[in-house]
Ligand binder design. Structure first.
Ligand code: ZN
Length: 183
């Protein structure tokens, strides 16, 4: 019991990395409950520590369909447009644009690597927010990319699975050195 509380509380959860079966589970929608709210709070805390754009519950070992997205400019992505904090519970993509765009992605669960991933340019999403209220929104551009990446985690899909061509795979170091200017 003590250990469990430690895992959820102050101690920083360990990031689950690729190869761990917990990243490959497809999660069904859940009833809104306290555990969901706690998971939202933990994800926001860890995302802030990691300075990432998004994080999904399976990445911290919690098998709930919950993800958070908040885009901030970073050293690696000084140009990207910022977004408010979104907390997605039971998110569902209800519409996808026909147009597809390639763009760079990385993932805390795939440490050190990045690649170019085709994604729908725009999507419509329905979800419950952290108060259990139903939300609907249209997402475009880089934000739509991050939202698709995070929702993928809830069905056990990793950005590597979405790549049509592995030749763009790069280390983060080489991304900074050679590919920084590419959109
Ligand atoms: Zn990821």
């Amino acid at each position: 019991m003590e250990k469990e509380r430690e895992d959820r509380g102050g101690v920083k959860p360990k990031i689950v990395t690729v190869g761990d079966p917990r990243l490959r589970k497809s999660l069904s929608p859940v009833e809104f409950c306290d555990e969901v709210v706690e998971t939202c709070d933990t994800l926001v805390m860890v995302l802030n520590e990691l300075q990432g754009a998004g994080l999904a519950a399976p990445q911290i070992g919690i098998p709930l369909p919950v993800a958070v997205v908040e885009i901030r400019k970073t050293n690696l992505f000084p140009e990207r447009p910022e977004s408010p904090l979104y907390t997605f519970v039971n998110p569902k993509i209800t519409a996808r644009s026909k147009s597809i765009e390639d763009g760079w992605e990385g993932c805390f669960s795939v440490p050190g690597l990045m690649g170019r991933v085709p994604r729908h340019s725009a999507i419509d999403v329905e979800w419950l927010d952290k108060n259990g209220e139903m939300q609907r929104r249209h997402f475009e551009g880089y934000l739509a990319r991050v939202v698709q990446h995070e929702i993928d985690h809830l069905s056990g899909t990793i950005f590597l699975d979405r790549m049509k061509d592995m030749s763009s795979i790069t280390t983060v170091e080489n991304f900074k050195r050679y590919h920084h200017e590419e959109r």
